[in-house]
Ligand binder design. Structure first.
Ligand code: BGC
Length: 783
């Protein structure tokens, strides 16, 4: 683009607006003058006043086949090319989903060594889900979008909404729990908040990527009911209600197709049924074959290993499946340009929404507001699991507080895979507790040694975690210190190293690693005021639960981790987090019973992008019975149920009342129907329930509404979450919470007819404060 053109285009864009407004009253004597101006006028694709679709059409019409190919695949590790000739800028993506990942080199995974990329880390998405507060999800998305925008990223690779299917899943910490309704409600404001900055969301990993073990080779078999009712709703909500501009395909297979080139998931469901108009981005290295990628719905290819074997080759972007080979196929006449035009159109559309949007904000980075947001989300996410005798909050009279455990000091923003960050600030739990309890003597004992690594992907945490003491000595030292303290706060759990909460592998068992169980048991004998803080993104076994008076579920809380935790331990913030997944007593209590369910059994050998691989066949034969749907339907008592969490106050949920005895709307609803914005009056029913804070301090309760279909022609789970409200009440205060029941909340998916069915008959609305704890029920009919 000429210098002249560059400098005049923005000005002309503004002027053209004025001209447009005035054109109707322009007199004929001005015609000549205006014709002269038209010569210099802004092309449609650069004209901000024109609708995006017109601009896309115009840009597309000007582009050569090579230029179209140029924008549908990567040009570096995280960017794709623009159209230099037309002044269409490059497109920059970045992980996601908890903060803006530091920059790597153009064509290498090593750190680029920038000094401007130390970001704010927000709490992990499990924590966000545990707040059960959609307003915080909006704040999260908005704040992260501001950071992304400031760092000139056009797309953030997140959020992740794969359903938590097994407590072994290595990436559960990046997702929003086991329930499709909770994840659907929480994902929408995140996407909207992020995109309000002109930064596209890329909702991942679509779909059925519910484990990390064999993530590149697993072929999932799942019935359509479970697919539509459990595994897809959060993606669908992100697309139809959040209007997500990007979706990332997953590595695994479904029905024998890799999901970045899966005709069922991408073309049939995402693009046709849900009318998705954004881009399908491949997971990094998830593309396997040109023809399938071209025909089956992939729009942008990233991260492919491109020597055709199994290693990376430098600057091989032109070898990508949707680069040189695609062009060859077009030139040889093997394939036409229809698919290419559709892909380029989608890419241009996302560009006009982001990189080409001149009105977008500038963003902000590591601002006080972002730290406040991280802290608030963090402290609202912490879940109080047990608090016998009111051990917590820590009394202000406490003189000696002992903190034990590696997770009290270990930086958790570094590690775990692609969500790893480089942060400016990370307040450790020990630091948070010390800062909050300035008048007490806060001491620290390591207690156990877990992961002493202080580097991940070239980012140094700067910590020296090496330890010379034997386990025996560490335990002895912890016990001696515990005996003379007022409180012992054990802070352990999992961490971000391999086979824990980390990408690329699953956990090997549900047990706590590093023999923490023994240490907790010993500590419970040394001090009565023992608080166990479990930091993880997954359920862990707690064989010592009866010996410990207080247990707190903490998460990876990012930059303000220690401050948020101290907020809750001190009572400055009354805990209001609720579990977004079930804690089973032992793994075998859950729905996964056979090898073919998990981790799968070896199937046929196929040729993948990295050479021959054995496909692992996995059958989700538990169907709908995932998480609490299993525990509640089979009457198996978990250690802690989904939706559970205590407070420092108590709440009373009174009797629920329905506005009427029935609602209409029974019938079939097409799988491709758009969400109904407002249901007709007869098709809604209001349920109200009084809630009272019956304790001595202010706090928040999450009132949960589960639906039970008492007369169904198909088997349904005993209850399913279909509504929740987080309500803040002062001590002694009462309020009324209401829920609107509409036919869509009562549907099951009929896989023979391929549609949603709201079946006439009796239903029960079950209201409580966890999937297990029922406070009140009310029956109604659907007609
Ligand atoms: C992960 C994605 C991530 C991408 C880019 C992949 O390995 O699965 O979640 O966005 O890498 O870092």
């Amino acid at each position: 683009m000429s210098t002249y053109f560059k400098s005049v285009v923005p000005a002309l864009a503004t002027l053209s607006l004025l001209f447009l407004g005035a054109s109707c009253c322009r007199s004929s004597q001005n015609k000549a003058q205006s014709q002269a101006q038209d010569k210099n006028s802004v092309p449609v694709y650069l004209d901000d006043s024109k609708p995006i679709e017109e601009r896309v059409d115009d840009a597309l019409a000007r582009m050569t086949t090579e230029e179209k190919i140029g924008i549908i695949h990567a040009q570096s590790k995280f960017s794709s090319a623009g159209v230099p000739r037309l002044g269409i800028p490059e497109f920059w993506t970045d992980d996601g989903p908890h903060g803006v990942r530091p920059d790597v080199f153009w064509d290498e995974w090593d750190q680029a060594g920038c000094t401007n990329d130390s970001c704010t880390a927000f709490p992990a998405l499990t924590a966000l889900a545990a707040t059960w507060n959609p307003e915080l999800s909006e704040l999260y998305g908005k704040s992260l979008g501001e950071e992304g925008r400031y760092r000139k990223k056009d797309m953030i690779l997140g959020p992740g909404v794969n359903i938590y299917r097994t407590p072994l899943g290595g990436r559960n910490f990046e997702y929003m729990g086991e329930d499709p309704f909770l994840a659907s409600i929480m994902v929408v404001p995140y996407v909207k908040g992020l995109q309000s900055n002109g930064v596209a969301a890329c909702v991942k990993h679509y779909a059925l990527n519910n484990q990390e073990l064999n993530r590149h080779t697993t072929n999932v078999t799942v019935d359509d009911r479970a697919l539509y009712e459990i595994y897809l709703p959060a993606f669908k909500a992100a697309v139809q209600k959040g209007h997500a501009w990007g979706i990332m395909g997953s590595y695994n297979q479904y029905k024998g197709y890799f999901n970045c080139q899966n005709p069922y998931l991408l073309n049939d469901i995402l693009k046709k049924e849900w009318s998705f108009d954004g881009v399908v981005v491949s997971d990094w290295g998830g593309t396997q074959d040109s023809e399938q990628a071209i025909r089956n719905g992939l729009d942008m290819e990233f991260g492919t290993w491109t020597n055709g074997l199994n290693t990376s080759k430098s600057d091989a972007y032109n070898n990508y499946f949707m680069a040189g080979p695609y062009l060859e196929m077009i030139k040889s006449g093997k394939i036409g340009e229809d698919e290419l035009n559709d892909k380029a159109r989608r890419v241009l559309r996302v560009m006009f929404r982001t990189s080409m949007d001149r009105q977008k904000p500038y963003g902000s980075f590591t601002s006080p507001e972002h730290y406040d947001a991280a802290r608030k989300i963090g402290s609202e996410s912490v879940v109080l699991l047990k608090n016998d005798g009111g051990v917590l909050p820590i009394k202000s009279s406490a003189k000696k507080i002992l903190v034990v455990g590696e997770n009290a000091v270990k930086m958790m923003t570094v590690g775990g895979g692609s969500s790893s960050l480089k942060v400016k600030v990370e307040v450790s739990p020990l630091q948070g507790i010390k800062e909050r309890f300035k008048d007490a003597e806060v001491t620290y004992e390591r207690g156990y040694v877990g992961d002493v690594k202080s580097e991940y992907n070239g980012v140094e945490s700067g910590q020296d975690l090496l330890e010379n003491r034997s386990y025996e000595q560490l335990w002895t030292d912890a016990v001696i210190a515990a005996e003379s303290s007022d409180y012992v706060i054990f802070i352990g759990g999992l961490n971000k190293s391999g086979h824990q909460d980390a990408e690329g592998g699953d956990r090997e068992s549900m047990d706590l690693p590093y023999d923490q169980d023994s240490l907790i048991t010993i500590l419970s004998g040394a001090n009565r005021n023992l608080v166990v803080v479990n930091m993880s993104g997954n359920a862990v076994a707690m064989p010592w639960i009866d010996k410990v008076p207080a247990v707190v579920q903490d998460w990876y809380l990012g930059s303000m981790a220690g401050t948020s935790l101290a907020d809750v331990l001190s009572g400055d913030v009354n805990p209001s987090g609720k579990l977004p997944f079930t804690f089973p007593v032992v793994m075998s209590d859950g729905p996964i019973k056979t090898e073919s369910q998990y981790p799968g059994v070896e199937g046929k050998e196929i040729n993948s992008a990295i050479g021959p691989v054995k496909i692992i066949e996995e059958n989700y034969s538990e169907g709908l019975f995932v998480g609490y749907r299993w525990f509640e339907s089979k009457n198996v008592k978990p250690l802690f149920p989904f939706g559970y969490g205590l407070s420092y106050t108590t709440f009373e949920i009174g009797e629920a009342k329905a506005s009427r005895e029935s609602l209409s709307g029974a019938g079939e609803y097409s799988a491709s129907a758009k969400p109904v914005e407002k249901w007709a009056k007869g098709k809604t029913l209001k349920i109200t329930v009084p809630v009272k804070n019956t304790g001595a301090v202010a706090g928040a309760e999450v009132v949960q509404l589960y639906i039970s279909d008492t007369e169904s022609s198909l088997v349904r789970p005993a209850k399913e979450l279909k509504g929740f409200k987080k309500i803040f009440l002062n001590a002694g205060e009462s309020a009324e919470v209401s829920f609107e029941i509409t036919p869509d909340l009562l549907c099951y998916f009929n896989d023979t007819k391929h549609c949603w069915v709201a079946e006439a008959g009796e239903f029960k609305a079950i209201i409580g404060n966890s999937s297990e704890n029922v406070a009140t029920e009310v029956k109604f009919d659907l007609k």
